[in-house]
Design a protein around this ligand. Sequence first.
Ligand SMILES: [Zn+2]
Ligand SMILES: [Zn+2]
Length: 169
Amino acid sequence: MKLRLNSLKEGSQTIEMTLTRSDLAIPDDSFVHPILASLSIYKGTSQITVNGQLKTDVALQCDRCLESFDYNLDVTFQSILSSVKSSDPKTDEDIIPITSKTNEVDLSPFAHDALIIGLPMKNICSETCKGICPGCGVNLNRVRCKCETTEVDDRWKPLENLLTNTPEE
Ligand SMILES: [Zn+2]
Ligand SMILES: [Zn+2]
């Protein structure tokens, strides 16, 4: 994801592009879909500010039910390119030094970090996901198993039989 500095005009502009995970050197194979990048760029006399927004759907596996689901990832990052040396070494970390001879700057590391940090800590397909039954292993979102109700079932069985055996009138 390279920004060509000599193609930028003074002032504001937006550049949009579609990336893949290999463009950003993301080893995580849950990034199966294209990554849409929108860069809002402001070019001043000695500084270029880039506000990036990245959107993609990552294919995750639910920690509870083990089903795969798409997670909508929408993250932002900012990078500042400056030809002026800052006197404060702390702010220097976030600033990419450029000179009048710099042709292009690779923003991939910024986009890469923003996407990785944006991934959820827990992969849950839905807040209401019921997960997998520890007794029989079925996905409780789809099937209602009888594990928890076995005792009740046994108690009501005679009555159930009675009901089903009742001849139709
Ligand atoms: Zn789930
Ligand atoms: Zn069960």
